[in-house]
Ligand binder design. Structure first.
Ligand SMILES: *[C@@H]1O[C@H](CO)[C@@H](O)[C@H](O)[C@H]1NC(C)=O
Length: 336
């Protein structure tokens, strides 16, 4: 039997994988988004018709990120600098591309595979992130690397959202300076009570956003993905709607931005120990729309999960970033 070089095998597996993804995306495209069922969770992703075209099949091809550049001075930060808060739990912070590494002694650790979706590509210097020292620096994945530090971070939806927003505008003006600032604040495993006004996470988020705004720019939206930790217990799920609405109102008051657009992600947890509480949280997320103006919802239902069954894959995060963007644009909140 001819020896098949391992390297070839890896290449074949890689392409099979890509092909499977491309195929499943195409299949999903033919289904209407409304037809999705919880039982369909697998490698099928909801496909949304976007108001612009983008190179779908280059998803997950890696590209070189500009990482490690020193903090950017915002001296010439223009009026057009748009700021977005990224907040919530681990799926906002990002775990896409996390792999389990087994050491020689059998111990395991989690490590990011380093693959960045092509949708994250942007002109150097056009998208910034506020690091933990409250300095703007070139945005890169993982967006929450120095923020959500209790676990290793991977790809989230924030950078795809930002880079695709710039592309959606078709570079009317080719970005030559900072266009978008991301303020990462999400922390894995947190429940809504931990985000209550006055508590550490809340204060941190408000403080970081104010620091971001101090150097110029306009706060455009809060992207919020949280609720799984409130779907584990009846009393948490029961209180979710009221706590969520209160949280949104407090954030707006404390940022003195009463119409701040908020786009939240409706949770979906196929392997939840208590599906009834997940449904309760999902209903609460929908019901909040009636009480909070300029609040919008996108649904994570059907997005593919990593083998840990807990976190969204890089492909799913890419899709989610685009869903958030579509909502932002289609609701008119994203008018520039
Ligand atoms: C991440 O999102 C997926 C899809 O909504 C969900 O099934 C999972 O429970 C989430 N994980 C966490 C830790 O919130």
């Amino acid at each position: 039997m001819a020896v098949f070089p391992v390297t070839h095998l890896i290449v074949v597996i890689f392409f099979l994988d890509q092909a499977a993804w491309a195929f499943s995306s195409t299949v999903a495209l033919k289904q209407s988004v409304s037809e999705q069922k919880t039982s369909d969770i697998g490698f099928v992703c909801p496909r949304h018709r976007l108001p612009y075209t983008y190179p779908r099949f280059s998803v997950c091809s890696s590209f070189k990120q500009v990482v490690g550049k020193s903090a950017i001075t915002m001296a010439d930060c223009t009026k057009g600098f748009e700021i977005f808060i990224l907040s919530g739990q681990s799926n906002m912070s990002g775990r896409g591309g996390m792999q389990t590494i087994v050491a020689k002694d059998g111990s395991t650790s989690r490590k990011w595979d380093g693959i960045v979706p092509a949708e994250c590509a942007a002109e150097p210097g056009s998208i910034l992130r506020l690091n933990k020292n409250l300095e703007w620096e070139e945005a890169h994945e993982p967006t929450h690397i120095d923020i959500d530090t209790s676990k290793a971070c991977g790809v989230g939806p924030g950078l795809v959202f930002a880079a695709s927003l710039l592309r959606a505008r078709k570079y009317k003006v080719k970005p030559t300076g900072p266009q978008i600032g991301l303020v990462p604040c999400a922390i894995g495993g947190t429940s809504i009570v931990q985000w209550e006004k006055g508590r550490v996470l809340y204060n941190h988020m408000i403080q970081r956003t104010k620091a971001a705004l101090e150097k110029g720019g306009t706060l455009k939206a809060l992207l919020w993905y949280q609720g799984e930790s409130d779907a584990v217990e009846k009393s948490l799920a029961d209180h979710y709607e009221q706590r969520l609405v209160t949280f949104f109102n407090h954030v707006r008051t404390d940022l003195n931005n009463h119409n701040l657009p908020i786009i939240q992600v409706a949770i979906n947890w196929p392997a939840a120990p208590h599906p009834e509480y997940v449904n309760k949280v999902r209903s609460a997320q929908r019901a909040a729309l009636d009480h909070v103006k300029h609040l919008h919802l996108v649904d994570a239902l059907g997005l593919p999960l990593l083998s840990d069954h807990i976190h969204l894959t890089t492909e799913a995060q890419t899709e989610l970033g685009l869903m958030l963007l579509e909502k932002y644009i289609s609701t008119g909140e994203g008018k520039d």
